[in-house]
Design a protein around this ligand. Structure first.
Ligand SMILES: N[C@@H](CCC[C@H](N)C(=O)O)C(=O)O
Length: 282
C-alpha cells in the first residue's frame, strides 16, 4: 500500500489513494498503519481523492483508533498539499467534500502554506452533539475526577469541548482529556482543548483529540477554541492559536464562518508491507 506522509505543525497524517481500499477500510488496517511501533506512526489516515458530486474532490478521514472523523483542519491542509504534490491542484481555490461539509481551500508559497475556509461553527447542543435540552453550550459545568471544569462546546463539523484555564499543560490534556472525550455528555465523544487567553489576538491551547489522543497541533481544535474565545467576547475576530507544534492563524467572520491558515511539511513517500497491514499486534 503506497502512502505519502506529511505533518502540519507536528500533527502527522498519511494520505492513501482510495484505489488501495477496494472495500470499506478495515479497523485493523487503519490501526496498524497508524501505530507508532507496529506501523508508520501517524495521527490519522486520509483516504482520497474520491470523486464528489458537490465538490472538486472527496476525502475520508480516519483516526488511529479507526473511528471516522467528520472533519480535520490539519488533515485538510495536508490533503490539499498532497493534491498539489500530485499536480491535481495549482494555486487557484478548490473545494473538498468531507463528512462534516464542503470546505474551500487554496495552496500557496510553493505548497508550504494552505488556507482552508472550514465552514460555520455552531454552539447548539443538538448540532455538536451534547446531551440535554436545546441550547448554546457556553460556560457550563463538567465534573471530572471530582474537579469542576467550565466548558463550552462547539462543532465545526466535528465536536469540540473547550475549557478555559490559566495555564494549559500537556499533563492536564493527558490526564483529563480521555475522561472528557468519553464523558456521557458527549454522545459522539469529543475533542478537548485547554485554552489560555493571552490577549485579544492570541490564545494558547493544549489538545486531546478524539480517537487519536494527545497531539502537538490540531486545525479544527484551533478553529473551535478561537470561535469560543470570540463568542465569549474574550478575543477579536483575528486570532493566532499557539500550540506545542506551532501556530495557526484563524479568522472568524460575523456569522461565525471560520478560516485558518498554516504550514504543511512533506515527510516521505513509501509503501507499507502486506504483512504489517494484516497482523494482529495489539
Ligand atoms: N487533527 C485534526 C482533528 C482530527 C479529527 C479528530 N480527532 C476528530 O475525531 O474529530 C485537526 O487538525 O483538526
Amino acid at each position: 500500500m503506497d502512502f505519502r506522509k506529511y505533518h502540519a505543525l507536528g500533527n502527522v497524517y498519511l494520505v492513501v489513494s482510495p484505489d488501495e481500499f477496494p472495500d470499506e477500510p478495515a479497523a485493523l488496517i487503519i490501526k496498524n498503519i497508524c501505530h507508532k511501533h507496529y506501523g508508520v506512526a501517524s495521527d490519522g489516515v486520509l483516504i482520497g481523492p474520491f470523486s464528489s458530486n458537490v465538490a472538486d474532490f472527496g476525502l475520508r478521514i480516519f483516526n488511529p483508533d479507526a473511528s471516522e472523523a467528520e472533519k480535520s483542519g490539519n488533515g485538510l491542509r495536508i490533503f490539499c498539499r498532497s493534491l498539489w504534490d500530485q499536480g491535481l491542484v495549482k494555486d487557484k481555490p478548490f473545494t473538498i467534500e468531507t463528512k462534516g461539509g464542503v470546505v474551500k481551500a487554496q495552496v500557496s508559497d510553493n505548497g508550504l502554506r494552505v488556507d482552508v475556509e472550514m465552514g460555520k461553527v455552531s454552539f447548539l447542543s443538538q448540532d455538536i452533539p451534547v446531551w440535554g435540552e436545546s441550547r448554546e453550550v457556553l460556560l457550563e459545568n463538567l465534573n471530572v475526577m471530582s474537579l469542576n471544569h467550565i466548558y463550552s462546546a462547539v462543532t465545526i463539523g466535528n465536536p469540540h469541548c473547550v475549557i478555559l484555564v490559566e495555564s494549559p499543560t500537556e499533563i492536564m490534556a493527558k490526564e483529563f482529556g480521555p475522561l472528557i472525550e468519553t464523558h456521557p455528555n458527549f454522545p459522539n465523544r469529543t475533542n478537548v482543548q485547554f485554552m489560555q487567553i493571552i490577549d485579544r489576538n492570541h490564545i494558547v491551547i493544549e489538545i486531546w483529540e478524539r480517537g487519536a489522543g494527545y497531539t502537538l497541533a490540531s486545525g479544527s481544535s484551533s478553529c473551535a477554541a478561537a470561535a469560543v474565545a470570540y463568542k465569549l467576547g474574550l478575543c477579536d475576530s483575528s486570532i493566532k492559536v499557539m500550540m506545542p507544534g506551532g501556530q495557526i492563524d484563524v479568522e472568524i467572520n460575523d456569522d461565525f464562518r471560520v478560516s485558518m491558515s498554516g504550514g504543511v511539511t512533506s515527510i516521505c513517500h513509501g509503501s507499507i508491507s502486506t504483512e504489517c497491514l494484516s497482523q494482529l499486534f495489539h
